[in-house]
Design a binder for this molecule. Structure first.
Ligand SMILES: C[S@@+](CC[C@H](N)C(=O)[O-])C[C@H]1O[C@@H](n2cnc3c(N)ncnc32)[C@H](O)[C@@H]1O
Length: 277
């Protein structure tokens, strides 16, 4: 185990040293050094025992270097839309809990549920729950490729969030998500999710962790809303809710979905708070 640690450290150090050398080459040849400084800072975060867990979290949630700001933005955003500690929240594509840790801390016991397809992200999230002494909050993390359809049974939530994920899903997965969400929502539930806005830095071959970027249109979501009985509200670009302004995704569009009044919301709804007692 010790040997493995040393190998990892040396590999990171070599990359860092190479970057330092490259900086001097770039200064001499007059090239920009910004790219290398950023890379060095990432490698140092990996080496530093105080920051390496955070680095791992950021690799699994992206973009690296902004987890604190992005977590704060997610909590501030939902609070501005009325989230209070007694509310229940389902975090779809929760990743390693960049926002999740803030939500778990803020919400009352048993009110946070996270779903993700990536076991590394779920495991890292669990480590952060322990590190932040939040096990006592009885949060539920679910590894699922069907948005927790089987595990969540008839549970309904006050708030549902899918932050920085819908543009990695194709149209058929989004259709499945909206079909299932009807089961997760009561008459006052709201679902929030963001899509790529304009201008953006997305290119044809852009990808993140093997996921491509889909440029879904608002019209696509209008037709999904018609199909499944939602009211769609365009809340504008996420930068205005505190998303870091130096990141390209700041122009993402945030949308709100509510069930149309009178939509067929079938009782009995199970309250998530009782499900984890
Ligand atoms: C860019 S990360 C965002 C993580 C987190 N929501 C945040 O804002 O920090 C996208 C996350 O969505 C997850 N994901 C991708 N496809 C998914 C799916 N079909 N169901 C649930 N999660 C999914 C990925 O594993 C990843 O953790």
């Amino acid at each position: 185990m010790k040997n493995i640690d040393i190998v990892i450290t040396l590999t990171s150090l070599e990359v860092t040293m190479k970057s330092v050398k490259q900086i001097f080459v770039d200064i001499v040849t007059g090239k920009t050094r910004h790219k290398h400084l950023r890379r060095i800072s990432h490698n140092l975060r990996k080496l530093n025992p105080l920051t390496k867990d955070r680095h791992q979290m950021e690799v699994l949630s992206g973009p690296v270097g902004y987890s604190e700001e992005i977590g704060d933005y997610q909590l501030r955003f939902l609070k501005s839309l009325g989230l209070e500690p007694h509310h229940t929240l389902l975090d779809i594509g929760c990743g390693p809990l960049v926002g999740g840790i803030k939500f778990i801390d803020y919400l009352e016991k048993g009110n946070y549920y996270g779903v993700d397809t990536n076991d590394d992200a779920i495991a890292t999230g669990l480590i952060h729950i322990i590190k932040h002494d939040l096990l006592k909050k009885n949060s539920v993390l679910i590894l699922s490729h069907s948005f927790g359809n089987d595990e969540l049974r008839e549970l309904k939530f006050d708030f549902i969030l899918a932050s920085q994920i819908l543009y990695h899903l194709d149209e058929s997965l989004i259709d499945m998500l909206f079909r299932q969400l009807r089961k997760r929502m009561h008459a006052n539930s709201r679902f929030y999710c963001d899509i790529i806005g304009y201008p953006n830095l997305v290119k044809d071959d852009s990808s993140w962790q093997g996921y491509r970027f889909y440029l879904h249109s608002l019209d696509f979501f209008k037709s999904i809303s018609e199909k499944y009985g939602y009211i769609l509200t365009n809340l504008g670009q996420i930068e205005k809710y505190g998303y870091p302004s130096m990141l390209g995704l700041k122009t993402n569009i945030m949308m709100e979905f509510r069930l149309k009044p009178g939509a067929d919301v079938k009782p009995p709804a199970i309250d998530p708070r009782q499900a984890v007692e």
